[in-house]
Design a protein around this ligand. Structure first.
Ligand SMILES: *Cc1c(COP(=O)(O)O)cnc(C)c1O
Length: 442
């Protein structure tokens, strides 16, 4: 790797060049488009993002779970370089090309279940979620869709309706698509021990049965681990019970694995953890090493329900993104990145549990693989403490560690390193976080 894999600060963060660019951003870019850090990127590789001032930051964000195989991963760079010189676009709906078909074959092979499958490719996670809903409605002939508390599915009109959180995703942007209903999730930290996975599923299914009715319901859309909602892992049994109910009632079970997919959680897909086989699985983020690509993959009879020409889009399955995805998938398989994610989980959780032992403001340490979070609360309670999350993140940022917050209450720090980060860099980032916790007063 040409970019040294070490944290290195040569100016304060942000430095003068980033500050000058931020002034231009403020004058030129719509102010609704925010940034986590006021720092402009120059290059990135492995576990490091180097900014325009020459500061090297440790990356615990992966551009929101995208650069799973590392930034500018050599295989991805090579494949895209070759493709960009051959052709950049023909539109798959006009004159198709092999790489699109090869990505579909790979997804059909790798996603949970060994039934016959088909895949369609799109550009963004939200676009793929919308298409999953279109496909489920076409297959079932039913209108309604159920999403869950704390769910995040995107920012288009239909996916805003599916997304739970008002601020910042929905506020002022309605009215939203109709026939979307919301059911309660399993949230072990807040449910307490009395509500196990099955009980939480029964709670949700009772509401769905009484307020929607299975006969009106096309699809149930759920993230196997809530991402933006706070890395909420449902209690064991919750997802299988929902899936079983869907099967019994002809409802399409859609797993939104946009954030959890492609080895992020220590399995190739988060559904694999409980042997769950969704009818449709939506993927994006980690799929193509940073190029925009998304997919819906699922049972052939469901995927083939829409009429000829009913699915598509100008750029869906762009050839650069497709060859990048094939290279990323090769890296994930050949380098056993799922195994690497499990190592990252052990190292990260071990440290966070130790910090939790000395700091009662860490209410919960959770997540799987390289998708780990801490939920912060007022010590000794479950009252969310978003100010603490903000303060710790800001302290980490100043010390050259990229860390993101999330959660319905804004009180969750989440760690999503590229799976190519070294143990040494990860340990150093956790040192910085531990110091940040110690320095932010209770
Ligand atoms: C990010 C995300 C989306 C939306 O993906 P975009 O590419 O930003 O449209 C949908 N679902 C989940 C679970 C996500 O994390």
């Amino acid at each position: 790797m040409s970019l040294p894999q070490s944290r290195h600060l040569v100016t304060e963060v942000p430095g003068p060049r980033s500050r000058a660019l931020m002034a231009r951003k403020l004058a030129a870019v719509a102010s609704g488009v925010g940034t986590t850090m006021p720092v402009f990127a120059h290059r990135a590789a492995g576990g490091i993002v180097e900014d325009v001032d020459g500061n090297r930051l440790i990356d615990l964000g992966s551009g929101i779970a995208v650069t799973t195989v590392g930034n500018s991963a050599p295989r991805v760079v090579e494949a895209v370089t070759e493709q960009v010189a051959a052709f950049t676009h023909t539109c798959f709906m006009v004159t198709p090309y092999e790489s699109y078909v090869a990505v579909a074959e790979a997804l059909n092979r790798l996603t949970p279940g060994d039934h016959p499958k088909r895949t369609a490719l799109f550009n963004s996670g939200a676009e793929a979620v919308e298409n999953a809903v279109k496909i489920a409605r076409s297959f079932t002939g039913r209108p309604a869709v159920v999403a869950f508390d704390h769910g995040y599915h995107g920012r288009t009109n239909l996916t805003m309706a599916l997304t739970a959180k008002n601020m910042p995703y929905k506020h002022g942007f309605g009215p939203f698509a109709p026939e979307i209903y919301r059911a309660p999730l399993s949230y072990p930290f807040r449910d307490g021990k009395e509500v196990d996975g099955e009980a939480a599923a029964r709670r949700a299914l009772l509401l769905i049965d009484k307020q929607v009715g299975a006969d009106n319901l096309a699809a149930l859309v759920i993230e196997p681990i809530q991402g933006e909602g706070g890395f909420i892992e449902p209690a064991p049994g919750f997802l299988p019970t929902l899936a079983e109910w869907c099967r019994a009632h002809g409802v399409v079970f859609v797993a939104d694995e946009v954030q959890t997919g492609f080895a992020r959680t220590g399995d190739l897909f988060a559904c694999d953890h409980e042997g769950l086989v969704p009818d449709l699985i939506v993927t994006a983020k980690g799929i193509a090493g940073g190029l925009p690509l998304s997919a819906v993959t699922g049972r052939a009879e469901i995927m083939d329900a829409p009429h000829l020409g009913g699915l598509g889009g100008t750029y869906g399955g762009n050839p650069l993104a497709c060859v990048a995805a094939l290279a990323a998938i090769t890296a994930i398989e050949e380098e056993d990145l799922a195994g690497r994610a499990r190592q990252i989980e052990r190292l990260t959780k071990d440290r966070l549990h130790r910090v939790q032992g000395t700091d009662a403001r860490i209410g919960d340490v959770r997540g799987r693989g390289a998708m780990i979070a801490v939920e912060l609360v007022k010590a000794g309670t479950t009252e969310p403490d978003p100010d603490l999350a903000r303060a710790v993140a800001a302290a980490a940022h100043r010390q050259g560690v990229i860390v993101l917050t999330c959660g319905t209450y804004g009180n969750v720090l989440r760690f999503l390193p590229p799976l190519t980060i070294s143990d040494a860099l990860l340990t150093e980032a956790l040192d910085v976080l531990q110091t940040a916790f110690a320095e932010v007063p209770a």
